[in-house]
Design a protein around this ligand. Structure first.
Ligand code: 5RP
Length: 234
């Protein structure tokens, strides 16, 4: 007897497939991070393998994306070798009605921001549970901080009214370390009335490399849902 397919997994697969289907031949593709984007990477690789699309080159946003892309046969390049990105696909942790995002649940928001903002078209892949009326409703804002500055950065964030917490890894054995060798401070705010300004204010604290607020950059949001036990993408 085979186990019943997990509808949430199926839904993520379908969102990833829908995003992968937007990729056209001869394009430079930003490859995001996370469990939903992982399916997009898989399906882009499958489309390349089957010959449905050709001459794709990817720009990974993380070590995870790099390893997955290699596994699925997507040729990779770096930002030094290209002058544009045609399309980027990436996940998000929260999306507001203006398509502003909180990202960084996978601690990859610094590289993701570079790649996603450079793309001519940025496609966000999420499930409907990520939709919020206001950013910060559920998720904390991830802030990447250089290790020697963690204490003053956390103090400065507390003065701004945020509740900073150093992100710990599995079993709390040690802090999460980013691909750049830095730490992540997750900051819960009671309210984020002005995400545009908060993004700038956080990045102005000495020792902060980048935060997970993405404003005015998403072009399209593909939303997955499970309806009557079946995955639906809109
Ligand atoms: C990583 C991210 C991810 O895109 C975000 O956390 C969503 O991941 P998932 O698709 O697994 O929910 O920002 O830094």
């Amino acid at each position: 007897m085979t186990a019943a397919a997990d509808p949430v997994k199926l839904m993520k697969q379908e969102v990833g497939r829908a995003a992968a289907n937007l990729i056209q031949s001869n394009s430079i593709v930003g490859l995001g991070t996370g469990s939903t984007t992982a399916y997009a990477i898989q399906f882009i690789g499958e489309r390349l393998k089957s010959g449905e699309i050709k001459d794709i080159v990817g720009v990974p946003t993380s070590f995870q994306a790099e390893v997955l892309s290699k596994q699925y046969g997507i040729p990779l390049t770096t930002l030094d070798a290209i002058d544009h990105i045609d399309i980027a696909i990436d996940g998000a942790d929260e999306v507001d009605p203006q398509k502003n995002l909180i990202k960084g649940g996978g601690a990859a928001h610094t590289r993701e921001k570079v790649v996603d903002y450079l793309a001519n078209q940025f496609i966000v892949v999420i499930d409907s549970g990520k939709l919020v009326d206001k950013l910060g409703s559920v998720f904390a804002v991830p802030v990447e901080v250089i290790p020697m500055a963690v204490t003053p950065v956390m103090n400065a964030i507390a003065k701004l009214g945020g509740k900073p917490e150093l992100r710990m890894g599995v079993k709390k054995a040690g802090p999460v370390v980013t691909d750049q060798g830095n730490l992540v401070v997750d900051v819960k705010f009671d309210d984020i009335p002005d995400p545009v300004n908060l993004e700038k204010t956080l990045n102005n604290i000495p020792g902060v490399l980048e935060n997970g607020i993405f404003v005015n950059c998403a072009d399209k949001v593909l939303i997955g849902e499970v309806k009557d036990g079946k995955p639906v993408v809109q």
